[in-house]
Structure formats: structure tokens, C-alpha cells
Design a protein around this ligand. Structure first.
Ligand code: NAD
Length: 293
């Protein structure tokens, strides 16, 4: 029997966790948002508040709806606060060890009927499910960034995912008004299997001196009709996430064509992770983004 998702828990209140909270609360779902510190949770609540205010200013949401949606989101200081949720989505850092330890701890705090999902961009759903005590109630629900804007959600079942879990996730995504595609559980699924090697190639193009940051992005915007250049998009996704996805592709498919560009590694080692740290292929600390190479 599929389950209706009325209360949702989210672990990881970064770019994606706050976006998921935003759209779910706007769709009438109660949301409990967890992260490693109260500061992070409060930061996410402030971001959601600001993003909804922007929707009101643009006329895509009215003020009573904003107030009602904000009222549906509460902070969850511990996993025990997620015990009444129908579904808990993990949207923490793209690192398998981090995610596995979250799922182990979540399983201790949640009753056996609670569904579990991961928003991972690349990591095996079957392997993450194996870290839980309920692989049949586990699924990949991959939202795109920014969640309030992007129409697609990729659904990925693990080897043990039951039909009822799949149906519950499908109904949940439909309720958000999003469109879903189904991907098989292979490294990086569909969107990132295609997108990330292109971004990695753009970083190689920069690394080898074929073009500057500005010429690479302009070339792809005006020459391939992409709404954003690949390096601008990499900054938007987060360079740590881009590198992790390339590592998962490289390890999982054992093909040298997925070798992460050394320049991408260097930016991540410098802590230049893109927009979220205010520096990546562009420097965002001033009024206008300035290329860093
Ligand atoms: P982010 O760096 O903005 O946020 C990650 C959050 O997870 C941080 O707030 C961090 O404090 C928190 N976190 C880390 N360990 C935790 C723990 N043990 N318990 C609770 N919270 C913890 O990253 P993001 O861009 O929001 O990405 C999150 C996930 O979504 C990743 O798996 C990523 O691959 C995936 N994703 C990202 C994008 C994108 O474009 N950025 C798109 C789709 C999916």
C-alpha cells in the first residue's frame, strides 16, 4: 500500500535541502528541517523566507500563501524530532560515508514504516539502501537546483525498492507539480551522467588554456544556446559536488574519460566551491561576478 506524504523530514539544509523544504511547504506538506547546527537550520529558514518574498514580489505567490508555507517549516535539532514523518529525504553533502552514517542513525530514530530517500546526484541507491534496515522502503528522489524553478525530478529505485515505495514517491512528486523521469541505478543516473562530463571537459578546456573562463562560458551560451555557461553552472552546483560526481563516475564505470580535471580538484582543495563560498570560477564577493582565471 502506498503512503501519502503529509509530513516530510529533510536532513541537510544546504542549497538543495532548503529548496526541497520551500516547494514542499508551498504544496501544503509539513516540513521538519535538520542540519548539523542550529545556525545552519536558521540560515536555511532565512533563505527560504527571502526566496518566497521574491516570489511574492514577482506575483507567483501571494502573501497569505507565503505566511502559511513558512508556518509549515520547523527546525529539527535531532533525528528524534523526525520520528513522526512519513518520509525523510537526505540532502546532505555528496559523500558516501556522510550519507551512510546519517542513514544508520536515522534508522535508529525512525519507526519501521517511515520511508527513506536520498537526493544524491550520483551515489548508488542500492549501496545507500544497504546501510539501512529497510532497503525496500528506500528510493532515490533527485531534485534539480534550484528546486523551486526546475521542473524535473529523477526517480531511481534500488534493487530492493518495493512498488509501494515507488508509488508513494511518484504521488509525492506529482503533488509538487513536478515532472518525473525514471533512471536506472547506475553512477550519476541520467542528468549528471551527461551534464557533469561536459562541465569537467569545460574545466579541462580552461586548464589547457584553450580559452578563458569568460570565453568558455560565452562560447557555450551563444554557440550551443545553453542558458548558462558550463563554468557558471559548475559554480552554481558547487565544485565539491561536481568533483564528487566525477569521482563516482570514474570509480563506478572505470573509464578514464571520467577522470576529474586536476584544476577542478585544485579549486575544491582551495575551498573555492562556487557561489556557496562566494568564490569558484567566478568571484562573487563584489557587485558583479568576476572570473578568477
Ligand atoms: P550544500 O553543501 O549546500 O549542503 C549540504 C548540507 O548538508 C550542509 O548544510 C551541511 O551542513 C549538511 N550536512 C552535512 N553533514 C550532515 C549531517 N551529518 N547531518 C545533517 N546535515 C549534514 O550541498 P547541496 O548542493 O545542497 O547538495 C546536497 C545534496 O544534494 C548532495 O547529495 C548533492 O549531490 C545533491 N544535489 C545537489 C545539486 C546541486 O546542484 N547543488 C542538485 C541535485 C542534487
Amino acid at each position: 500500500m502506498s503512503l501519502t506524504i503529509n509530513t516530510l523530514g529533510i536532513v541537510g539544509a544546504g542549497q538543495m535541502g532548503s529548496g526541497i523544504a520551500h516547494v514542499c511547504a508551498a504544496a501544503g506538506i509539513q516540513v521538519r528541517l535538520n542540519d548539523v547546527s542550529e545556525d545552519r537550520i536558521n540560515g536555511a529558514l532565512a533563505t527560504i523566507n527571502g526566496n518566497m518574498a521574491r516570489q511574492v514580489a514577482k506575483g507567483s505567490m501571494d502573501e497569505p500563501a507565503r505566511q502559511a508555507a513558512l508556518g509549515r517549516i520547523t527546525g529539527a535539532k535531532s533525528f528524534d524530532d523526525l520520528a513522526g514523518c512519513d518520509l525523510v529525504i537526505e540532502a546532505a553533502t555528496e559523500n558516501e560515508e556522510v550519507k551512510r552514517s546519517i542513514f544508520v542513525a536515522l534508522c535508529r530514530a525512525l519507526p519501521p514504516e517511515t520511508l527513506l530517500a536520498t537526493n544524491t546526484s550520483s551515489i548508488s541507491i542500492t549501496r545507500l539502501a544497504a546501510a539501512t534496515n529497510r532497503p525496500e522502503k528506500f528510493i532515490g528522489i533527485h531534485f534539480m537546483n534550484p528546486v523551486p524553478v526546475m521542473q524535473l525530478v529523477e526517480l531511481i529505485r534500488g534493487i530492493a525498492t518495493e512498488d509501494a515505495t515507488f508509488d508513494s514517491a511518484k504521488a509525492f512528486i506529482n503533488r509538487l507539480g513536478k515532472t518525473l523521469t525514471v533512471s536506472e541505478d547506475f553512477p550519476a543516473f541520467i542528468v549528471n551522467r551527461i551534464l557533469l562530463p561536459m562541465i569537467n571537459e569545460a574545466v579541462y578546456t580552461l586548464y589547457e588554456g584553450v580559452g578563458s573562463v569568460e570565453s568558455i562560458d560565452t562560447a557555450m551560451r551563444l554557440g550551443a544556446n545553453h542558458p548558462m555557461g558550463p563554468l557558471q553552472l559548475a559554480d552554481f552546483i558547487g565544485l565539491d559536488t561536481c568533483l564528487s560526481v566525477m569521482q563516482v563516475l570514474h570509480d563506478g564505470l572505470a573509464d578514464s574519460k571520467y577522470r576529474p580535471c586536476p584544476l577542478l580538484v585544485k579549486y575544491v582543495e582551495a575551498g573555492w566551491l562556487g557561489r556557496k563560498t562566494k568564490r569558484g570560477f567566478y568571484d562573487y564577493r563584489g557587485d558583479k561576478p568576476v572570473p578568477t582565471r
